[in-house]
Design a protein around this ligand. Structure first.
Ligand code: AP5
Ligand code: MG
Ligand code: ZN
Length: 216
């Protein structure tokens, strides 16, 4: 199964992708996570992406398309993937269609996580992640059972993203509305767009996504 989670910054793409990975054995392909790893490793892509990401703008379509095409060829993706953060422009969506055609794969569904912009700054600025296993948390909305200890791995170190400040989130939201939201009619036209209420509580969003996937 190839699934796209489409939504604004903080809509819950990463949170729900991690759950689908655990429940369905799909692999989460988060282009944001891949770019952050490239920045941390100081690769050529990382050097190009660092400042663009800090401004909350989009990295070039060529770089992103290349990263995803290479990743899809790796054996762990054979059971299916959740695209989290890709495609983000019409050019990326067209490139994805072409690459899936070439690889004899097809896109099963695009799930839009609908949110109001007003909640997103609080979601993003309250987010933190386990430094050991990558599990995501939130200061108010998703705390570990024991404060300071990761539920999944017991790790006690957490990180926050440098682009998770109110100013950069505002630019990321602008980029979403200008460049990514036009993908909604693109996928609606193909008859594969589903919608869930991204404003609902986290478990309820999971339930709605699972309900949409039942019919596929
Ligand atoms: P990326 O890492 O993809 O960031 P983003 O799209 O801005 O999305 P986020 O990761 O911030 O949000 P999310 O939807 O995953 O939310 P989460 O589940 O964590 O991209 C970063 C940058 O990389 C981009 O700005 C760009 O520069 C570059 N980039 C990446 N892909 C690119 C591409 N294809 N092309 C070009 N450039 C690209 O949830 C947020 C918080 O809210 C968490 O703390 C969570 O616990 C909480 N939460 C989640 N759901 C709920 C809920 N229902 N109720 C309450 N709280 C919730
Ligand atoms: Mg994310
Ligand atoms: Zn952990």
């Amino acid at each position: 199964m190839i699934l796209i989670l489409l939504g604004a910054p903080g809509a819950g793409k990463g949170t729900q992708a991690q759950r689908l990975q655990d429940s369905r054995g799909l692999v989460q392909l988060s282009t944001g996570d891949m770019l952050r790893a490239a920045v941390a490793a100081g690769t050529d892509v990382g050097k190009k992406a660092k400042e663009v990401m800090e401004r909350g703008e989009l990295v070039s379509d060529d770089i992103m398309t290349g990263i995803i095409s290479d990743r899809l060829d790796q054996p762990d993706c054979a059971n299916g993937v959740i695209l989290d953060g890709f495609p983000r422009t019409e050019a990326q969506a067209e490139a994805l269609d072409n690459m899936l055609n070439d690889k004899k794969l097809s896109l099963n569904a695009v799930i839009e996580m609908k949110t109001d912009d007003a909640v997103l700054v609080e979601r993003v600025t309250g987010r933190y992640t386990c430094a050991n296993c990558g599990a995501g948390y939130h200061d108010s909305f998703l705390k570990p059972a024991k404060e300071g200890v990761c539920d999944k791995c017991g790790g006690q170190e957490f990180t926050r993203r440098s682009d998770d400040n109110a100013e950069t989130v505002t630019s990321r939201l602008k980029a979403y509305h200008a460049q990514t939201a036009p993908l909604l009619p693109y996928y609606k036209g193909k008859g594969i767009l589903k919608q869930v209420d991204g404003m609902a509580e986290i478990n309820e969003v999971t339930r709605q996504i699972e309900a949409e996937l039942q019919n596929i």
